[in-house]
Design a protein around this ligand. Structure first.
Ligand code: BGC
Length: 748
């Protein structure tokens, strides 16, 4: 194998150095071996074969991958690192006393819950700055697959069940990161909607459904923000692997949408090197000598045309010349982590959602608060797997509340200090012995119901908070029994605290520090207020305290539906059922071992998207199925009124405008969601589909502003007649959420 690399030593001398203007000449000057080296990522195996031993420790610093340098032509190696909630590199380096931590930002689901593309862009800018200053070229983010089913293990990295919200969020994030002169890799293209058997699951889906839902957010972000790269997914689509899918990568992505960047595989994704390259997939990551050999062989035996190889090499060079590594940017290794922590905190608060509001919040300043639930003391800032960030610290709820000037009820605080210490020791023992099973979630403290402490706190504290925590991560999907539903201990804790506090006329708040949708129906009546803070990043406790104290008025809105029960989900029959509390790495369920791809077991080998367009709120609204909380829903400490709604035909679409007034007592922000509403007679179309949205600035009591949203006619094709007008019965509706009750129709 290694002998193939020795041919690099005998290349014809070419007096040429890569610039942005001489890419065709450089391609001609490259030997076949050099071209293939560029395409196959610079993994440890490739680096060692080329004599660059130790690259992983020195150059990559815990990054996910790189490209091979071709020094004689002035082609540098570029570095690729995860991920959606912040840059993922190793915090420690051999021979260095200092650390290299990165800011832990809120997860993708929280960012989209903000419905605020400006703040998402700011997060992107800060993250991009860390990418630049730590010497990385491409951030392997954002993750934009739709939340097709609430239990996909990677939903936390992704934005929404709706392609317009996901696409706009992605475009803002990409624009922010790339404004720093570094690239992004929008992933996972496409239909990577489950983790079970992710390396070979075949998504069987109608092309129209694909285009309207599962590809749509990619299209929006490509057209608006041109990510430098796109990462293909691990799965097959209608029998063709995404990484080898010419229709997807060449016809649709480049041909129809005008994508100008490079495409790379997901790590180890794809089966046949020649098919990957011929499909228009430029980079095989993280690479390996076997991939290298198979491509050389494919060119030599004629299965891979050199022209296909050259197209990919050209695109890789076009990417390289844009990077900081090519510009020889002298990175500081010292981004402004303090400033970025502030952005993380603000963004987190902007996406926190008030689900129920019955007088518990905001908390009375300086009051005595009884803080229950183990997650309050061991807050979950982010998910696991490649979406995890090595962050310097995590502010938990206890610290956040103390910092905001609240008194922590002494008895409760003492109890948890002791309990968490014992539990920490127990968990650490288990977590130390994972035997390399990286995909297993860490053992966490077990929930407990300290009845005596609760009874005491009900008389001494003014209010109680119960935090429920849920983590998820790459490589496995969530279980209904062990992850979606609350455990008996969790429900018991909420009920006990609720009973004790209500008995003496005091209120309780339940805080959901969760990775995705969980059941609320079973315990909702016990909570006065419910706050959903997702996994809010390293500043989580502070951001939540900002909301609980009323320093910031909640303005997040749900980017997905909370059903009454999981079984109501339209994809219920077409999604794997996980029966264990700590599932083994389901991502390798069937494909690994003998290398044979099988497509015969339902929901494992293949997944049928039988729900068609009726996924998420499109189903619940159209079929009148009651939900716990609809898509787009979220409350505020103030009230708003809407009037002067206008719909104006303009070039290429409509401007929909709404005058929003803060009619309450405190400052706040509102979100205007614009849905295309179909007549009931159009049974094949969802009743409502989000087509645009706008968020107000902070409105003081009595203040108003006009939100104007442009809805392109191209977004409303189903509603248009041949002359480009909207057909009878169709309308654009501004609404507070996707539920069937129309707030106010345009013109009414
Ligand atoms: C994940 C990607 C990630 C890559 C590199 C893969 O396992 O699916 O999202 O970017 O690893 O870490």
């Amino acid at each position: 194998m290694i002998s193939l690399f020795t041919s690099l030593l005998v290349v014809a001398a070419a007096n040429i150095t890569l610039t942005a203007d001489n890419i065709p000449e450089v391609v001609s000057a490259l030997t076949l071996e050099e071209k293939v080296r560029l395409i196959v990522g610079y993994s440890d195996g490739m680096a060692k074969a080329a004599g660059d031993v130790g690259i992983n420790n020195k150059t990559l610093m815990g990054a996910a991958g790189a490209t091979s340098p071709i020094e004689r032509l002035g082609i540098p190696s570029i570095i690729l690192a995860d991920g959606p909630a912040g840059l993922r590199i190793r915090p420690e380096r051999e021979g260095e006393n200092r650390t290299f931590y990165c800011t832990g930002f809120p997860i993708g689901t929280l960012l989209s819950s903000s419905w605020n593309t400006e703040i998402i862009r700011e997060v992107g800018e800060a993250m991009g700055n860390e990418v630049l200053e730590y010497g990385v070229d491409i951030l392997l983010a954002p993750g934009v697959n739709l939340h097709r089913n609430p239990l996909c293990g990677r939903n936390f990295e992704y934005y929404s069940e709706d392609p317009v919200l996901a696409g706009e969020s992605a475009a803002a994030f990409i624009a922010g990161v790339q404004s720093q002169g570094v690239g992004t890799s929008m992933k996972h293209f496409a239909l990577n909607n489950q983790e079970v058997n992710r390396l070979s699951n075949n998504a069987i889906v109608d092309e129209q459904v694909c285009r309207e839902l599962y590809l749509r957010q990619f299209e929006i972000a490509v057209r608006k923000a041109q990510p430098w790269t796109i990462m293909t997914s691990y799965n097959f689509i209608n029998g063709v692997h995404s990484a080898e899918n010419k229709w997807l990568l060449t016809d649709v992505l480049r041909g129809e949408w005008g994508f100008e960047g490079a495409v790379m595989t997901d790590w180890g994704g794809g089966y046949r090197g020649a098919a990957i390259v011929s499909a228009g997939n430029d980079m095989i990551q993280p690479g390996g000598v076997d991939w290298y050999n198979s491509l050389i062989e494919a060119v030599n035996d004629g299965t891979l045309p050199v022209e296909d190889l050259d197209k990919c090499v050209t695109r890789i060079l076009q990417l390289i010349v844009k990077t900081p590594s090519f510009r020889k940017y002298a990175h500081s290794d010292s981004p402004d982590l303090k400033a970025h922590a502030q952005i993380s905190r603000l963004a987190a608060a902007e996406g926190i959602i008030l689900l129920k509001h019955n007088g518990a919040l905001p908390l009375v300043a300086g009051s005595d608060i009884a803080v229950f639930g183990t997650a309050s003391y061991d807050f979950i800032a982010g998910g696991t797997g490649s979406g995890n960030v090595n962050k310097p610290y995590v502010v938990n709820l206890r610290e956040g509340l103390a910092g905001a000037g609240f008194l922590l009820n002494e008895k409760v605080d003492d109890f948890y200090a002791g309990y968490m210490k014992t539990e920490k020791a127990r968990c650490e023992k288990i977590n130390r012995n994972k035997n390399g099973k990286w995909y297993l979630d860490d053992e966490r403290a077990l929930e407990v119901i300290p009845e005596d402490v609760i009874a005491d706190a009900a008389s001494s504290a003014q209010s109680a908070i119960v935090t429920i925590g849920r983590i998820a991560g790459e490589g496995k999907d969530r279980s209904v029994e062990y992850n979606y539903l609350l455990s008996e201990a969790e429900k018991g804790l909420i009920k006990s605290v609720s009973d004790a506090f209500h008995r003496v006329g005091k209120k309780i708040t339940v805080l959901l520090n969760v990775c995705g949708v969980v059941d609320v129906t079973a315990w909702e009546p016990y909570a006065d207020d419910i706050v959903l803070c997702w996994l809010p990043g390293q500043e989580g406790g502070n951001a939540v305290a900002d909301i609980l104290s009323g320093k910031i008025n909640p303005s997040g809105r749900l980017p997905m539906t909370f059903p009454m029960k999981y079984e109501d989900d339209p994809t219920y029959a077409n999604f794997p059922r996980i029966l264990a509390d700590k599932p083994f790495n389901y991502s390798f369920y069937r494909s690994l071992g003998d290398g044979i791809v099988r497509h015969d077991i339902r929901n494992i080998d293949y997944t049928a998207y039988e729900e068609g367009l009726f996924m998420g709120y499109r189903y619940y609204v159209s079929r009148n199925v009651p939900v716990q909380y609809p898509f787009g829903y979220g409350l505020s400490y103030t009230t708003f009124s809407w009037d002067k709604m206008r719909m104006e035909k303009v070039e290429g679409g409509w401007n929909v405008s709404v005058c929003v007034k803060n009619t309450g007592e405190v400052a706040g922000k509102d979100v205007v969601e614009i849905y295309l509403e179909a007549p009931r007679s159009a049974a094949d179309r969802p009743l409502r589909e989000l087509k645009g949205f706008g968020k107000t600035r902070l409105l003081q009591p009595g203040e108003s502003t006009v939100i104007k949203v442009f809805i392109p006619a191209s977004e409303c094709k189903a509603a248009l007649s041949a002359d480009g007008r909207m057909k009878r019965g169709w309308s654009l509706v501004p609404a507070h959420d996707a539920s069937k009750d129309v707030d106010v129709m345009i013109g009414s």
